[in-house]
Design a protein around this ligand. Sequence first.
Ligand SMILES: Nc1ncnc2c1ncn2[C@@H]1O[C@H](COP(=O)(O)O)[C@@H](O)[C@H]1OP(=O)(O)O
Ligand SMILES: [Mg+2]
Length: 356
Amino acid sequence: MSDYSSELHIALLAVQRAVILTKRVFNEKAKGTVSKDDKSPVTIGDFGAQALIIKAIKHAFPKDEVVGEEEANTLRENKALSNQIWELVKGTKLDEPSSDAALGGELESEEDMLKAIDQGNSKGGNKGRIWALDPIDGTKGFLRGGQYAVCLALMVDGQVKVGVLGCPNLPVDDKEPLDAKSGEDASDGPGRGVLIGAVEGQGATSRPLGTGTLQNPSAISMRPIQDLKDATFCESVEAGHSSHDDQAEIAKKLGITKPSVRMDSQAKYASIARGAGDVYLRLPTSKTYEEKIWDHAAGDLIVREAGGEVTDVHGNRLDFGVGRTLKNNKGVVAAPKASHNEVVEAVKAVLGSKAS
Ligand SMILES: Nc1ncnc2c1ncn2[C@@H]1O[C@H](COP(=O)(O)O)[C@@H](O)[C@H]1OP(=O)(O)O
Ligand SMILES: [Mg+2]
């Protein structure tokens, strides 16, 4: 039986290398949006980070499949854009040679980069080894200097076994509590950048996000919470992704008085897993939207390994084995294990009282 130590190691290094690229994209103001539309912006960092991570996975585990958010069609049709991304990707490496070599070193050409991006085309499913990759989760947060995350998870036969979140703008300090400003501009702040990882059955860890050899990990766990009224709860910045009104009603029902913390991306899962917050609610605003597996796989495992429970609004575990989306689930409720049921009941009461 695998203990997934080499998968975790490669995933941590690959995410670290991709963050070097996303930070360059941000700092060089090369963040030019290559948008599909305003609702779902894509930046040149998304494509570059996807290429770098898939290169690393395919080098270490050639037979594994990848479900990646992006595809290279747009770039094949737009040579100038493809070239701009290649100029950023080609110089991106970890500053410790043996770590970089473990990821297969640099991509060799622009065509290699495009091929790597397109290898993220797995259909997903409940058979075999499949990685779920979101190269920049929370693009809107990324663009404004707020929270974003580079997210990578390995699923085996539909079960998440390894999860990694690189959160460049979260504090290094696990216990720094969230406040209403945690989702705001935090770029280039001192003491920022954390790399969170988990393996099924082995707990979750955090370490400072570096640029070479991995730094030493510390175990993380959710905050033991006696009474939910003292909880800090996290939600999306975008009301279109998750209903702020319903969430406020649920918080009120639970007696929570602290204002919610709004932040983009899976940084919400990372934050509650390390005890900086307690509850993450994501309530569907659209009847037709299906959540994507790359937006949840790493966070789901990390929270569960840190002592939490993650389900949909009906209390069912998220089912990652049915394709590229979570089509069997609606929304997300993540909370400490002991309080999770109480939160789900409050969610059901509030959503059930609405006409559907
Ligand atoms: N209607 C929607 N409901 C829920 N999530 C959405 C919706 N539209 C887009 N998303 C996804 O939410 C994620 C960001 O979540 P958060 O609000 O927690 O930061 C993005 O990956 C985004 O996908 P996309 O990348 O296609 O924009
Ligand atoms: Mg995303």
